[in-house]
Structure formats: structure tokens, C-alpha cells
Design a protein around this ligand. Sequence first.
Ligand SMILES: Nc1ncnc2c1ncn2[C@@H]1O[C@H](COP(=O)(O)OP(=O)(O)O)[C@@H](O)[C@H]1O
Ligand SMILES: O=C(O)C1=C[C@@H](OP(=O)(O)O)[C@@H](O)[C@H](O)C1
Ligand SMILES: [Mg+2]
Length: 189
Amino acid sequence: MTNVPNIILVGPMGAGKTTIGRLLSQSLAREFYDSDKVIEENAGADIPWIFDKEGEEGFRKRETCTLVQMLNHQDDRIVLATGGGIVTRDENRKLLCDSNALVVYLYASVAQQLHRTSKSNHRPLLQNGNPKATLKKLFQVRDPLYREVANVIVETDSRHPKSVANKALDAIKRHLKTEKTLFNANVNR
Ligand SMILES: Nc1ncnc2c1ncn2[C@@H]1O[C@H](COP(=O)(O)OP(=O)(O)O)[C@@H](O)[C@H]1O
Ligand SMILES: O=C(O)C1=C[C@@H](OP(=O)(O)O)[C@@H](O)[C@H](O)C1
Ligand SMILES: [Mg+2]
């Protein structure tokens, strides 16, 4: 599938962006990047450390720089998994919408987000207070923002990662086919 543009995955914590992104990159024989990992490599420190020393604002600045860096990537087309908060800055949403990338929103219910994030402690926003209430609050604010930037939405609840990756690939192909049909219809008008 050489005609598939850069693929960028957005969605809440625990939607499976990192996991599905890696699987998609293998299916498409592409480089895989995770914006959180790139931020950590650039900073020489992990995300909990960045939140602790620079606050969320410091992390968001680094996240925007990383998004710009990844969108300017000169190599072959890539698959990029983002962090769940990438859509919170207007600037980032504009970057995503103005890019040629195909943006996939991996949807997960709050119950699934909670279940899938409960096994790890590397997400600073879920370390204090009530994780369920936090995820619910974030989802209310962010779900419309994910929808605003997405070309394709893939539901991930009660599915194995491999079937979600296959479902995403099918949805991407369908989207590209529709775009091509619309383009041809306009050209032949
Ligand atoms: N579709 C899925 N079904 C079951 N578990 C999943 C699914 N997608 C991801 N997971 C698991 O959920 C956890 C969080 O996934 P991750 O890819 O880190 O999410 P994100 O990057 O969106 O925060 C991991 O343990 C992963 O193995
Ligand atoms: O939702 C968020 O604001 C965040 C999500 C995390 O990434 P994942 O969505 O991959 O967990 C990471 O970027 C950071 O902890 C903040
Ligand atoms: Mg991730």
C-alpha cells in the first residue's frame, strides 16, 4: 500500500495508540514513532520527570515541538502514535488538520481506558486523585477534539489489538478509496 500517506493515531490514554500504531507500521512496512518516546529521547528524561520539573505546560510545549518535527519528517511515510493530550492545543489541531496525514481516532470507552491504564504508572495525569473521574472529565473535553481532527474513527472496545489494527487498516483503505472516487468525480465533471 504505497499510496497510504503518513498515519497519525489520536485518542485517549489506553485507547491503544502505541500498541496499534506499532502493529500498523509492521503491516505497512513503515517506521513507527511514538511522540511520547520522541519527547523522552529529545529531553533525555521520562515523562513523569518532565511533568514533575516543568509541569504539564512544559510537557505540552515539548509535545508541539515533537509534532512539528514528526510532520517535517523527510523519510518514507511513517506511522505516528501521539499522546492523548495532543489535541488540547489549538496549534496542534491546526497542524494535524493542515497536514497531509491521515488521522485515525482510536475510540475507547472510559471503562476500557480505565482498565487498560490501570496496570501501569507512567501516566502522570492518572497518578493523583480518582483515575476514573479524571478519564471521564478528560474524555468529555477531548472526544469532540479528536473528532475534529480525525479522518477515520475506529472503535476499540472488546477487541484484541490485532483485530483493531486490521479494522483500522480496512477503515483507512475505505477512506482512501472514497477520497479517490470523489477526486475522480470532480476531475471528470
Ligand atoms: N484493543 C485492545 N484490547 C486489549 N488491550 C489493549 C488493546 N489496545 C491496547 N491494549 C493494552 O492496553 C494498554 C495501553 O495501551 P497503549 O497502546 O499504551 O495505549 P495508549 O498509547 O493509547 O495510551 C497496554 O497494556 C496494551 O497492551
Ligand atoms: O492524555 C494525556 O494528556 C497524556 C497521555 C499520555 O500518552 P498516552 O495517551 O499514550 O497514554 C502522555 O502523553 C502523557 O502522560 C499525557
Ligand atoms: Mg501511548
